[in-house]
Ligand binder design. Structure first.
Ligand SMILES: [Zn+2]
Length: 458
């Protein structure tokens, strides 16, 4: 048996030998390893050691130019890697510098320092492990005694799907066009800002800085959400520089909205390069961020047919009960999205607004995480009463989005006469509705452990 495994490992290793320009298939569980560009006679070999661990060996074969290895990790499907937790270490266990682009963290370029021929690419399990959502069953109560059925709603307010509308790069038209138009519709957008000051050397003048007072006024109003697009949208070169680019922007956002949870979306920006020895998780955890760089549909007119495309993807997300993410750059005639096309997309969102939760990216992320970390438990019940407990394991200082509970009442309980109270006896306001054609109540609870009671008569 042991020999058999050794033989398999040898075969896997051997099949990993590739020359320049050649890449892998399924031998590495979907991971692709190749030398970057033309590297002369050099050859790379790779072997899957564990589910999230690949060993790479490079043979220079006399090539004297600096070598770099490209590693593409699967970012969807059954073999998906947790890209935010990935690091690269040399044979001595030292963390190596990895280059990536801002919005494709699963694509790694590993420059080989002189003398280094071997390294491992691995995902490091975060403290407490990778989060596993609670099951649908644990988020629901089916009580035979009272006849009450209840569950935590898929999305806030019992909506079928969620929509976030993102605006990148703190462009002045966000202040003059996007915000006033969003307000007309009553929508909340997410503004990915680059709040760093202009840098000496003129690499980029800060548009945010030129309109700082207006951004501050927007923050004070509190109806839109801010997110981190790095301080200067220029990438980060080395651990310290990357941390400064993320940390400076995070601090600026917390200062803009001091009374809100520090949990913020992070998007490092398209077309930027980031060189770091650390995992992305290090930065996400330290600055209370979540990675918001993927699975978003660009709405720039240059991509073509944006409005109809949006109608189609939104309907798909509504059918599947998913989070639809779209993003814009500049709004206005002659800019990346015309005002007419922007309004046309918002009209489509409005048509679906009864079934669609239109919210900030952090609002939606929080709801999703809290729901995944929540359970409902039956404490006691009889024909006229039910007592239940909500548990939620997320940190309430960061995760402060209320959860929606839906209760389907037994036929003899009248929605108007049914009262929900918290443990202190305070009446919780409820909304009569229908769920799957049956009389139901909907109400909000904070994402913390608490006990509630439900009575068929006051
Ligand atoms: Zn950008």
């Amino acid at each position: 048996m042991k020999r058999c495994i050794q033989l398999l490992a040898t075969l896997a290793f051997a099949s990993g030998i590739i020359g320049p320009g050649r890449t892998f298939g399924e031998d590495l569980g979907g991971v692709k390893v190749a030398l970057s560009a033309d590297q002369g006679p050099a050859v790379v070999q790779a072997q899957l050691l564990d589910k999230f661990k690949v060993k790479v060996h490079v043979d220079a074969h006399g090539e004297t130019r600096p070598l770099a290895v490209r590693v593409d990790l699967p970012n969807s499907g059954p073999n998906i890697w947790p890209a935010a937790d990935v690091e690269v270490r040399d044979a001595g266990g030292k963390a190596m510098v990895v280059q990536r682009t801002g919005i494709e963290w699963f694509k790694l370029s590993v420059p080989l320092p002189t003398g280094v021929t071997d390294f491992v690419v691995q995902a490091v399990k975060p403290a407490g492990g990778w989060s596993k959502p609670t099951s649908e069953k644990l988020r629901a109560i089916q009580d035979g005694v009272s006849g009450v059925q209840m569950r935590i709603a898929k999305w806030h307010g019992g909506r079928a799907a969620a929509l976030s509308i993102r605006f990148d790069d703190s462009h002045p038209t966000h202040l003059t066009k996007a915000v006033p138009i969003l307000r007309e519709y009553g929508f909340r957008g997410t503004f990915m800002i680059c709040p760093g000051a202009s840098e000496s050397g003129g690499r980029r003048t800060s548009e945010f800085d030129q309109h700082r007072a207006e951004w501050e006024a927007l923050a004070a109003r509190g109806d839109q959400e801010f997110a981190n697009h790095s301080a200067h949208h220029r990438g980060g070169f080395g651990d310290e520089d990357m941390e400064a680019e993320i940390g400076e922007a995070a601090e600026a956002i917390w200062k803009l909205v001091p009374d809100r949870s520090k949990l913020t979306a992070l998007n490092l920006g398209g077309g930027t390069r980031w060189d770091t020895t650390r995992t992305l998780r290090y930065y996400l955890d330290k600055y209370h961020h979540f990675d918001a760089s993927e699975n978003s549909t660009g709405m720039d007119d240059s991509y073509g047919n944006r409005v109809e495309n949006f109608r189609r993807i939104l309907e798909q997300h509504l059918q599947r009960g998913l989070w639809c993410r779209i993003h814009y750059h500049y709004i206005g005639d002659g800019l990346s999205s015309t005002e007419a096309n922007f309004r046309a997309a918002l009209d489509i969102a409005k048509e679906h607004s009864a079934k669609l939760w239109i919210a900030g990216m952090a609002d939606i992320f929080k709801y999703q995480r809290e729901r995944d970390a929540a359970t409902l438990e039956l404490v006691e019940s009889d024909a006229e009463k039910l007592v239940f407990r909500v548990r939620c394991t997320t940190d309430p200082t960061l995760y402060d989005q209320s959860l929606t509970v839906e209760i389907v009442l037994p036929p003899e309980w009248k929605p108007d006469d049914t009262v929900v109270k918290d443990q202190q006896g305070t009446v919780i306001s409820t909304k009569a509705t229908t769920v799957d054609g049956k009389a139901a109540l909907r109400f909000e609870v904070p994402p913390i452990e608490a006990v509630y009671s439900l009575r068929s008569a006051p």
